[in-house]
Design a protein around this ligand. Structure first.
Ligand code: ZN
Length: 124
């Protein structure tokens, strides 16, 4: 026998299925977006590799540097934060030389007093 309870249970099941399908579509959309971003980043990294290799080739040919010297320099930079781990740790924010307050972000001017601060182009 089919009563109102069965009818309501069937409707609840259909609503749950629809909600699950909507969640699945949203998850698929997010996954497609993440894949597209990843492919863009891989392309950017490949391009940077090629540019770096071209610049390194100039340095070897024009100035006589060797691959061993490059490897030593990479290790030296990696060790700046005290450990060889393939990355340089973020440095803590600088104190403004003008007012002594902690600089915010990577701004070239102190947001509090306007003092110009020279930043390293490779600052993390
Ligand atoms: Zn300042």
């Amino acid at each position: 026998m089919i009563g109102p309870g069965m009818f309501m249970a069937g409707r609840a099941i259909r609503q749950a299925q629809e909600a699950g399908e909507a969640t699945g579509r949203e998850a698929a959309r997010i996954a497609r977006s993440a894949r597209a971003q990843s492919e863009t980043l891989q392309g950017d990294i490949e391009r940077l590799f090629m540019i770096t290799e071209a610049l390194w080739t100039f340095l070897k040919q024009e100035h006589g540097y060797s691959d061993a010297e490059l490897i030593d320099k990479i290790e030296e930079i990696d060790m700046r934060d005290g450990k060889i781990d393939g990355k340089v740790a973020k440095q803590p924010n600088l104190a403004c030389p003008g007012c002594g307050r902690t600089m915010i972000g990577k701004h070239a001017l102190c947001l509090y007093c306007g003092t110009a601060v020279e930043r390293s182009p490779f600052e993390r």
